[in-house]
Design a protein around this ligand. Structure first.
Ligand code: ADP
Ligand code: MG
Length: 335
C-alpha cells in the first residue's frame, strides 16, 4: 500500500459557516447553525457533544450524504484541499467519497452488505477506486484484514458479515474504509455499540493505523474519555454550534465553556476500575425548531447573566489555538 506521511500543519479540510437544515411538515430544524473548523493533515480531531447536537449531521454534510428530500446544506463552504465540496458535481463527489475521504459508522451491519463476503466487499471498494485486477484486489483485502489484526485473514476473507463478531465487523469496516488510503477518515461513534474491552481494542487500532498511514481522522464521539485517549485537538458542539475548540491538553487543563465543564463533570471515572457516572448537566437541550435568542446554553448555565439571554456569543480566541463561544470564558476558565 502507498503510505503517506504528512507534516500535520497544512489544512486538509476547512469548514466555514456550515449551515444545514431539515425540513419537516410544519417546521424547519436548524441542525447546524453555522459551524467553522479545520482538520489538518495527519491529525486526529475529536468532535464531542451530547446526542442530538449535530455531530452526525456535520459528517453527513461534509460527505453530502444527507437525506435528499428532507435536508439541505443552506450555507457555508467545505474546502477540501482548497476546493469547495458543495460545488462539486455528484460524479466528482463520488470520486472523493471512499477514495479520499472515507467514513465508518457506529453500526457496521448497516454499511456491510449481508449477502456478500467481507473479502468481496473490500475488494469491490478497492476496484471502484483503483484499476486493480480482481486477484490483486482480493490480495489487498487479505492484507487489509491482517492490518486491522483480524486473526486468520485467509479464512476470514471468505466470511459473511453475520459470521463475524461485532468487534470483528467493525475491524472489517475499518479495513474497507482504509483500503484506498484516504487522506481523511471520518469515524462516527465507531465504538459506541461495542462492549468496553472491545471498544478499547478498536480505539487502539485506529490510533495505531493512523500513526502508520498518516490518515487524518475526524473522531466523533459523545465520550470525552475517548477524546482524551485518541485525539490531538477537539471541538465541543452544543445545539448545532461549536461551544469550544482547543488542543486536548488545553481543553482538559483549562475548559473555558461552562458546557465543556459540565461534560467533564459527567465523564465516568475510570481510574478506580469502576464506572462512576457523575450527574448529567441539569436542564434540557433547546429545540432547534425555534429561533434561539441569546446563548443556547444559557438556560442550563450556572454562569449565565443578562447578556447571555440577549446576545448570541460567537466563537472567539481566548488563548493560542483555544476558542470559546462564551461571554464569560475568562471567568469560567479562572475557576
Ligand atoms: N433524519 C432527520 N430528520 C430530521 N431531523 C434530523 C434528522 N437527523 C438529524 N436531525 C436533527 O439534527 C439534529 C442533530 O442530529 P445528529 O447530528 O444526528 O446528532 P448527533 O450529535 O447525536 O450525531 C437532531 O437534534 C435533529 O433535530
Ligand atoms: Mg450521531
Amino acid at each position: 500500500m502507498q503510505m503517506q506521511k504528512l507534516a500535520g500543519n497544512d489544512v486538509l479540510l476547512d469548514v466555514r459557516d456550515l449551515e444545514t437544515h431539515f425540513y419537516g411538515e410544519e417546521s424547519v430544524t436548524r441542525a447546524l447553525g453555522g459551524i467553522s473548523f479545520q482538520v489538518r493533515s495527519g491529525e486526529t480531531l475529536g468532535v464531542v457533544g451530547e446526542s442530538g447536537c449535530g455531530k452526525s449531521v456535520t459528517a453527513l454534510s461534509i460527505l453530502r450524504l444527507l437525506p435528499k428530500l428532507t435536508a439541505r446544506t443552506v450555507g457555508g463552504e467545505i474546502r477540501f484541499h482548497g476546493r469547495d465540496l458543495l460545488k462539486l458535481s455528484p460524479r466528482e463527489m463520488r470520486q472523493i467519497r471512499g477514495n479520499r475521504i472515507a467514513m465508518i459508522f457506529q453500526e457496521p451491519m448497516t454499511s456491510l452488505n449481508p449477502v456478500y463476503t467481507v473479502g468481496h466487499q473490500i475488494a469491490e471498494a478497492v476496484q471502484i477506486h483503483t484499476k486493480a485486477s480482481r486477484s490483486d484486489a482480493m490480495a489487498k483485502a487479505r492484507e487489509m484484514l491482517r492490518l486491522v489484526r483480524i486473526a486468520d485473514p485467509e479464512r476470514r476473507v471468505n466470511n459473511y458479515p453475520h459470521e463475524m463478531s461485532g468487534g470483528m465487523r467493525q475491524r472489517a469496516m475499518i479495513a474497507m474504509a482504509l483500503a484506498c488510503s484516504p487522506e481523511l477518515l471520518i469515524a462516527d461513534e465507531p465504538t459506541t455499540a461495542l462492549d468496553v474491552t472491545i471498544q478499547a481494542q478498536i480505539l487502539r487500532l485506529i490510533v495505531d493505523l493512523k500513526e502508520h498511514t498518516g490518515t487524518a481522522v475526524m473522531f466523533i464521539t459523545h465520550d470525552l474519555g475517548v477524546v482524551a485517549e485518541t485525539c490531538q485537538r477537539v471541538i465541543v458542539m452544543y445545539a448545532g454550534r461549536i461551544a469550544e475548540q482547543a488542543s486536548v491538553t488545553d481543553l482538559f487543563a483549562r475548559p473555558a465553556h461552562p458546557y465543556t465543564q459540565g461534560l467533564m463533570r459527567s465523564v465516568p471515572d475510570r481510574r478506580h476500575g469502576r464506572q462512576r457516572r457523575l450527574p448529567e448537566i441539569p436542564g434540557i437541550v433547546p429545540s432547534l425548531r425555534e429561533p434561539i435568542v441569546g446563548c443556547s446554553f444559557a438556560p442550563r448555565c450556572p454562569f449565565a447573566i443578562g447578556i447571555c439571554r440577549e446576545k448570541t456569543p460567537t466563537l472567539r480566541d481566548i488563548g493560542p489555538g483555544h476558542a470559546a463561544a462564551c461571554f464569560r470564558a475568562e471567568e469560567v476558565m479562572g475557576g
